[in-house]
Design a protein around this ligand. Structure first.
Ligand SMILES: CC(C)(COP(=O)(O)OP(=O)(O)OC[C@H]1O[C@@H](n2cnc3c(N)ncnc32)[C@H](O)[C@@H]1OP(=O)(O)O)[C@@H](O)C(=O)NCCC(=O)NCCS
Length: 208
């Protein structure tokens, strides 16, 4: 497993929650989190628990960073993966998942900030993410072309409640769209955030 070399390493958080590197012994929990978290919008992403286990194992074998949030009972309640690209200047977030009963408390934001701190320490300049669009941008013939970026801007109000909106709240900005990435009429929506300089602690805290 790749050690993140995270600044501060185990990241202490309020409510006795902490962020640490994903370890092999957590594979079953991480796989279950993936299946449960993506079931609502993207059931095809990891149709079975076994698919998810393979995905976690591949993540652990790669050169990316995998960080998990553990609650007071030491249960895994969130996972963020980050892969370096462009010689480490750009870090791609994938996956990001927070257990349903822990959403809306700042866990997702803190996982993003934690990954950002690690990427910053390694010289990263940009965080980016691609999110599948279940709301139907590009479903109608001609809606995306000839100007996909304009089409994305025009359709943004349809994305309330979608992870696209979550990333925008965290300061990510739309950078583009990949038409038909997941089949005809199923684009990926792209966002990015400039990485702030390396620091040891997040300035966010958990909401009650
Ligand atoms: C998206 C996800 C990771 C957010 O995690 P979370 O811990 O609930 O997020 P936070 O509590 O840190 O929320 C941060 C901000 O985003 C907002 N937010 C969270 N989820 C949101 C959503 N789906 N739509 C719009 N805004 C959202 C919060 O209200 C909060 O806003 P505020 O700071 O203005 O109060 C979580 O809902 C999840 O795991 N979803 C299923 C898997 C998924 O969609 N992953 C992303 C795939 S690209």
């Amino acid at each position: 497993m790749a050690d993140s070399g995270a600044p501060g390493n185990d990241f202490p958080m309020k409510e006795a929650m902490r962020i640490v590197d994903l370890a092999m012994l957590r594979v079953p929990e991480a796989a279950r989190l993936l299946v449960d978290s993506y079931a609502e919008h993207w059931p095809q992403a990891w149709p079975s628990y076994e698919d998810a286990v393979r995905r976690v194992e591949v993540a652990l074998a790669g050169d990316g960073v995998n960080r998990i949030a553990l609650d007071a009972a030491d249960e895994l309640v969130g996972w963020i993966g980050g892969e370096p690209a462009y010689h480490g200047r750009v870090w791609e977030i994938h996956p990001l998942a927070v257990r349903a009963d822990h959403r809306g408390q700042g866990v997702g934001s803190m996982l993003v900030d934690d990954l950002e701190a690690i990427a910053a320490a390694r010289g990263g300049l940009t965080l980016r993410v691609a999110t599948d669009d279940p709301s139907g941008i590009g479903r109608d013939e001609g809606e995306l072309y000839p100007d996909p970026v304009f089409a994305l801007a025009a359709a943004m109000s349809r994305l309330r409640g979608h992870p696209f909106d979550f990333y925008r709240r965290l300061g990510f900005v739309p950078t583009g769209v990949v038409p038909d990435a997941h089949g005809r009429g199923r684009p990926d929506l792209l966002l990015a955030r400039r990485i702030r300089k390396a620091r040891r602690e997040t300035n966010r805290s958990l909401r009650p």
